[in-house]
Each structure stands twice: as C-alpha cells, then as structure tokens.
Design a protein around this ligand. Structure first.
Ligand code: GLC
Ligand code: CA
Length: 513
C-alpha cells in the first residue's frame, strides 16, 4: 500500500473544462499547471485527470486512439511530464485515467484487428467467427469490416471490447482467460502503465475495471485475478503507484482485485446515493443531507458498514463529492447543505475525492450534449474562476468554448469565495486542513458509529480520539449519548454541551476532541 494514500485528498479534473491558457476554448495541461497552487491551497494533494490521450472524442476521451500519446488539444507528452514534475514539486501526486476495457475503433490495434488477414492483433478484441454470427445478450457490430466476424462493444458503438477472454465459454470463438491472446491484452495494458509510470505519473484511476473478462463468475474472480496480477507488477516495479477502481464493489475490487481503493459510485438506491441524490430513484427526495429530507442515516450505514468492515484491512473506499458521470450535488442541495455533506465526506475513512468546482458549489447546467456526454454534460461545464470573460476560464470567443459557462448572475466563482470565511470554498479548505492535521481522520484511521438510529438525528461517529456529529435538519437535535470529548475543534453552525449532552443547532456539524 503506497503510504501517501493515508493522507491523500484527491481533486478530479476534467481537462476539457478546467483552465484554457491558449485561448482555443478548451482546457489544457498548462492550465492545470497554472492552477496547482490553487489546488494545493484547497488542501488537495493528489489529482485524477480524466483521459487526456489521443482520441476521436466520441466519449470525451474514454475512446482512446493512442494510449501513449496525449491529445494535441491539451498539449504534448512533454507538457504532461512537466505537469507531473511541477505537481511533485508542490507535493501533489497525479493519477491518469486508464481505460483497459475498450479502445476507440480508430486505435491502431483495432484497425489491424478488423483486417481479413490474420495478424498480431486479430485476437486483441472479441470477434465471432463469421459476419452473420452475433453475440447473444451483448452489444455487437457486424458488417463494418473486411474481417468476417462481429465484434463486441464494451460501451458506445465506437468502443470495441478488448479481449481478456471468457470464463464460461459457450462458443468456440470465445478465448480462454489464459489463452495467449488474452494474456497479450493484459500485458499490453501493463506496458501502457509502465510507459506513464516511467514518465512520472503516480498511478491510475481504472475505468470500468470490472468489465474485462466476459461471462465471469458472480464474484468476478477472473477479472479480479487480472488486477491482482497487475498489482503484483506494481508492488515489484512501482511500489508507490496507486490504483483506484471504478468498480463500486470493494469486496471484489479490493479483496479480489487487490486494488488499493475502490470508488463508491452513485448507483440508484445504494448507500452513497441516499446521502446526496435520493431523487434519482424517482420518488421523494429523502437525501440525508437535505434539510427537509427527513434523513435516515441507516440507509447509508446498512450498505456502507458491511463493505467497510470487509475491506478495511486491505484497502480504502473512495467517496466523492461528484464525478464527471454524476449530477453535481448543487443540483438539489443548498450551500449550507453542501457544507455538511462535504464535512462528512472529508472526515470519513478511505480516500476522498473532490470534483473540480464542487468546492464553490458549481451547478448542474442544462446544456446540450457534448462528446457523448448526454445528461452527464451538465456536470462538465467550465470552471468558474472569476467574473471576467467566460468566468475566467478562457479568453476565447464565447461561441467557441468547449461548453458554455454558467451565465446566471449569481453563478458561484472562486474569486468571490476565496476570501470569504463563510463560503463553501473556505469550509472545504478548512476541513481538508483538519483532516491533514489529525491522523485519526485519515484513510486508515478507525471508524465507529456512536449514535445512529432509523429516522433519528443527529448522526454521531467516532474517528479514534475524535467524536463527530452532524444534524442536517432544520431543528435543534440532542445526541442521547455521552462521551468525554467536549472541546470543539471544528464547527458548522452551533454545537454545545449542556448537562453533559451534545446539542446541535439546525444544519450543523461538529468535531470534538
Ligand atoms: C466510465 C467513465 C465514463 C465512460 C465509460 C466508458 O464509466 O467514467 O465517463 O463513458 O466508463 O469508458
Ligand atoms: Ca486550450
């Protein structure tokens, strides 16, 4: 386990929309470099950058055309290496996004694979044995190549599935997981990882990490075995490199796949979803952090605790404010509600991720789809730095921006919040500072529930020598438990100890030591 993860606070950057320094309307590596001090001052000491490789951008770069070459619109490989170096000087680690399950249909491997003549890449993707044979229950495409076969898709139509083999093989064209072609795909992906680790990156966020082996068993043990093999390579060759999975099943990803950490994704009705985005399930919005949500922390804990307990000795659960696939939390939560939510997310065990712009409460915008974003596009709009042209994102003409900026007169901006002691930005900065100051609050610090009852507030939890409590409701709440910690080290709203009992004002959060 890379030691630096213990105290890591990540900041996710969607490079298209972060900071444009050459006026072409789209963010770039130089723009990230320029803002590294901003990121460090916020208290983040690690970055995850969404795919920044050569791509036709049918899925915002998750359709990689060349794993070893950066997309020209962001800069050159050398610019990215300079980003790694500058970040390291400032104590910031950088994770790239590895997309191992599929490539773009314009990747050289695929261009070779679709040829009629057998070659080195014929088995790199999943193909049936003739053009009129499809793949039952799976998306596939036929009739687009000289090669007589249908190829399987892993996501959009432009993303053919790489071949890691099939565990349960029912057709003769299905490769075994230990076939030479399946092993070759795995080794090719390790080669990509070595390439960027040698160039100075600190690890990878792994896209759709659970999607490799097809017809896997219910524990996804064949897919997990591939990642355990990758982890062995890292342990030997790059022991400081970190791997985080987009899997959202820590038993499989951490215990099986030996990932250092696994994202707790926003999936309908899982524990995480009930905290911020309960509305997505279609019913009434009873999100825990909504002041009128009649929050029930048990909906979160019943899902989270078994996962946490089963994996905490092997790796970390990574909880985020949002990501590029998920509606911004400010879509439904007020600044005060967001403060409580971030205070909670940033004081939980595991590794927290802040999505760019969430620290100022950027909104989910109603914008047209871009590069395969569809409804996700509303969470991918340009960072709002100040109130100058294009909110400080770019000097380009407004109509040549990658995506429109928030035009509302009260659009949040960094410049308004950075010196405001009551802003969401300042809350985020202060809570990350406390996390850095108290090892008990960090990734592997202990976690214990002190008071949590169905449909009752507050929620009180312990992290080692600290007691934390949150009351998202509009009423004062009393914690019906006693503990000896009584000195507040951090508060949102008001918390007081009266007759040995903790009283929390409406919409408040406290850390006691
Ligand atoms: C992941 C990414 C998403 C992408 C998909 C296909 O879910 O987060 O943005 O579209 O994988 O690569
Ligand atoms: Ca640019």
């Amino acid at each position: 386990m890379p030691g630096w993860l213990k105290n890591a606070v990540f900041y996710e950057i969607y490079p298209q929309s972060f900071n444009d320094t050459n006026g072409d309307g789209i963010g770039d590596f130089e723009g990230i470099i320029e803002k590294l001090d901003y990121i460090r001052d916020l208290g983040a000491n690690a970055l995850w950058i969404n795919p920044c490789f050569d791509s036709p951008f049918m899925d915002a770069g998750y359709d990689v055309r060349d794993y070893k070459k950066t997309a020209a619109r962001y800069g050159t490989n050398d610019d990215l290496i300079r980003l790694f170096e500058t970040a390291h000087q400032k104590g910031i680690r950088v994770l790239l996004d590895l997309v191992p399950g599929h490539t773009s249909d314009q990747h050289e491997w695929f261009l070779e694979s679709k040829k009629d003549e057998v070659n080195e890449y014929s088995g790199r993707y999943i193909w049936t044995s003739h053009a009129f044979e499809g793949i039952a229950g799976r998306p596939y495409i036929s009739g687009m190549s000289d090669r007589a076969g249908a190829y399987m898709l892993n996501f959009f139509a432009s993303q053919p599935a790489l071949n890691y083999g099939w565990l349960n093989r029912t057709e003769k064209w299905m490769s075994a997981v230990d076939s030479p072609e399946a092993i070759a795909t795995r080794e090719a992906m390790k080669d990509v990882m070595r390439f960027w680790l040698d160039a100075g990156c600190d690890g990878f966020r792994v896209d759709m990490a659970d999607s490799l082996v097809k017809n896997d068993d219910e524990n996804k043990s064949a897919t997990a075995a591939i990642w355990a093999n990758v982890r062995d390579m890292l342990d030997k060759e790059y022991p400081e490199a970190a791997l985080v999975s987009e899997w959202s099943n820590p038993y499989q990803a951490i215990n099986g796949g030996k990932f250092h950490m696994d994202f707790y994704l926003d999936h309908w009705n899982n524990g995480y979803n009930t905290l911020l985005r309960d509305y997505e399930t279609g019913g009434e919005d009873n999100s825990f952090f909504r002041s009128e949500g009649h929050g029930d922390i048990m909906r979160f804990l019943n899902d989270y605790l078994p996962k946490y307990n089963a994996t905490k000795d092997n790796g970390y659960i990574a909880m985020f404010t949002c990501n590029h696939d998920t509606p911004r939390p400010a879509r439904t939560l007020s600044a005060q509600e967001l403060k409580l939510a971030y205070a909670f997310i940033l004081t939980m065990p595991g590794v927290p991720f802040i999505y760019y712009g969430d620290e100022i409460g950027m909104r989910y915008l109603d914008v047209k789809t871009k590069e395969g974003g569809y409804q996700r596009t509303g969470s991918r709009t340009p960072m709002q730095w100040d109130h100058t042209r294009n909110m400080g994102f770019s000097a380009a003409e407004e109509n040549s921006l990658y995506l429109p900026v928030d035009h509302s007169s009260d659009a949040p901006a960094v410049s308004d919040q950075i010196n405001d002691p009551d802003s969401l930005y300042t809350l985020t900065k202060n809570i990350t500072a406390i996390r850095h100051a108290y090892p008990d609050l960090q990734a592997d610090g202990p976690f214990e529930v002190v008071y949590a009852e169905k449909e009752q507030l507050p929620f009180v939890y312990r992290r080692g020598s600290l007691v934390l409590a949150v009351n998202p409701s509009l009423e004062e709440k009393k914690a019906p438990v006693t503990f000896r910690e009584n000195e507040p080290v951090f508060t949102v709203g008001k918390a007081e100890i009266r007759d040995g009992q903790l009283i929390l004002s409406p919409q408040s959060f406290v850390i006691l030591k």
